[in-house]
Design a protein around this ligand. Structure first.
Ligand code: KG4
Ligand code: ZN
Length: 331
């Protein structure tokens, strides 16, 4: 079954063609990161306008790259939430129009389920159940993936998402947007024990706003005293605090649920310390660890086409009154 996936929930306009949920025929991403970097973060209005300009281009290119025509496509899957409402609406409108014009089924996809599905593309043998940590710019969830479409959230952030904290800290220490990869690189040159930043304990949930505030206060105090900001040490100490909590809570939930498989997903899953600390913990606890290559961690349409395939098999299709749902929940 060949599915056209469309993604436009934040600042990537993407389209892809994926066969049977796992085989990638094409993967086109137009990233707006450079445009938003001069504002220090994603500007929703600009994101929506740029999606409008690029959505048909990425779809055309996805078809051309896969060397297929509309007649070869079995269904169209699109991210309908969560995300920025104006941005989501562009992908949803394009998908609805094409589904109507080409007479194809329309499949609504939850963006977070998409992130999880990136693992099915990367690991052909991977099957649920497993525990998945989804950490991105908008979400930090520990999800019990019981089946391809049946999921339970075991823990989530009570305030900022992990990626959001990376982006804010990067801005405060002058590294710019997008912050995650820049903090990751700076941290490699710094001492993770230079500063003792808080690790919030909130039961099964995460909380990163206190940590973010602690970093901001540290930087402001040093600026007031006229001290030079030790950017690499702050990046390393902050990253250490985030990673310890993400790894600790996820391993803990795996123990509670009794699974031997852990998956990582979302932009923050590309973090090098997160990956290496998970490798260590998984080895110690005898768990099998999966994480997608960098391209499938951050936003893309391959993961949407993959999740769309499993949703379609479970009978989940939409009519042309499909809307965008900015706060769509996972369960
Ligand atoms: O999944 P994604 O592309 O978009 C959302 O659905 O939000 O994730 C983007 C987030 C950004 O906050 C970015 O700073 C973070 O993922 N990120 C990273 C790294 N690469 C991207 N965070 C930490 N370390 C990285 N290497
Ligand atoms: Zn995402």
């Amino acid at each position: 079954m060949l599915i056209l996936g469309i993604e436009s929930s934040c600042d990537e306009t993407a389209a892809s063609l994926v066969k049977d949920g796992r085989e990638v025929l094409s993967d086109v991403i137009y990233s707006q990161a450079e445009i938003h970097s001069k504002y220090g973060g994603v500007v929703p209005e600009i994101a929506s306008r740029r999606h409008i300009e690029k959505v048909l281009y990425v779809i055309d290119k996805a078809l051309a790259d896969a060397n297929v025509t509309k007649d070869d496509i079995d269904a169209i899957a699109v991210t309908c939430g969560p995300g920025l409402v104006g941005a989501l609406l562009v992908g949803v409108s394009a998908a609805k129009s094409l589904a109507l014009a080409w007479d194809k089924p329309l499949i609504p996809v939850n963006h977070i389920k998409g992130h999880i599905s990136a693992n099915y593309v990367a690991f052909k043998e991977l099957e649920p159940p497993f525990i998945c940590l989804v950490a991105s710019g908008g979400h930090s969830h520990i999800v019990y993936v019981k089946d391809y479409t049946d999921m339970k959230v075991l823990g989530a952030t009570r305030d900022d998402a992990a990626g959001e904290a990376f982006d804010k800290v990067a801005r405060v220490i002058g590294l710019g947007y997008p912050g995650g990869p820049k903090v990751d690189a700076a941290a490699k040159l710094g001492n993770p024990e230079a500063f003792s930043f808080p690790r919030a304990k909130t039961g099964d949930d995460f909380s990163f706003s206190g940590l973010k505030t602690a970093v901001i206060n540290t930087v402001h105090k040093m600026e007031q005293k006229g001290e030079e900001i030790p950017v690499n040490d702050i990046a390393a100490s902050f990253q250490q605090a985030v990673v310890e909590v993400l790894v600790g809570n996820t391993i803990n939930q795996a123990g509670k649920v009794g699974t031997d498989k852990i998956c990582l997903a979302g932009g923050v899953a590309s973090n090098s310390l997160l990956r290496s600390e998970f490798e260590k913990a998984a080895k110690e606890k005898k768990l099998t660890l999966y994480y997608p290559p960098l391209r499938y961690c951050t936003d893309n349409a391959v993961m949407i086409a993959s999740a769309g395939y499993f949703a379609y098999k479970a009978g989940d299709t939409a009519s042309s009154d499909l809307n965008a749902y900015p706060a769509l929940s996972l369960e």
